[in-house]
Design a protein around this ligand. Structure first.
Ligand code: DAT
Ligand code: MG
Length: 151
């Protein structure tokens, strides 16, 4: 399904470190289509809502502090199998366990500064896209190169 969408976010650590362009490029060059993009300073409520599944974890307060501490680049990417493939491009949650070719494997060390987020399932993606974007912020467009990305 070429219309599958995921929610991917560049976390504050990566924005501070000047990795925004690098990370966007990885998704662009893979062939995925950018349909939503904005710089956000998330408030605690948004961060808590985004990570609500983890509210009982001991690291939850630090996670919310971190995500709401600085700018986040919120993105929506579209393409075949994008939810699962984006997770592969990111690598394992703990950057010390991520394969070296992945974003976290290349750019991260500590789990609490793991550079990027991406939805873990199609249903999660739907929820997260709705949480971070309004409908009119998502742009439907036809890349001229689509026939060179898809057979
Ligand atoms: P992912 O971001 O790979 O989907 P997750 O949903 O389990 O991982 O956790 C969300 C974020 O919470 C993760 O990116 C970093 C932080 N986190 C997860 N486990 C942690 C732990 N054991 N200690 C500190 N932070 C953790
Ligand atoms: Mg997760």
């Amino acid at each position: 399904n070429r219309r599958e969408r995921t929610f991917t976010a560049i976390k504050p650590d990566a924005v501070h470190r000047g990795l925004v362009g690098e990370i966007i490029s990885i998704f662009e060059r893979k062939g995925y289509k950018l349909v939503g993009l904005k710089l956000v300073l998330p408030d605690r409520k948004l961060a808590e809502n985004h990570y609500s599944e983890l509210r009982d974890k001991p690291f939850f307060p630090d996670l919310v502090d971190f995500i709401s501490s600085g700018p986040v680049v919120a993105m929506c990417w579209e393409g075949k199998d994008v939810v699962r493939t984006a997770r592969k491009l990111l690598g394992a949650t703990n950057p010390l366990e991520s394969e070296p070719g992945t974003i976290r494997g290349r750019y991260g060390i500590d789990i609490g500064r793991n550079v990027v987020h991406s939805s873990d399932a199609v249903t999660t993606a739907e929820r997260e896209i709705q949480l971070w974007f309004t409908e009119h912020e998502l742009v439907d467009w036809d890349p001229a190169v689509a026939r060179w990305v898809y057979e």
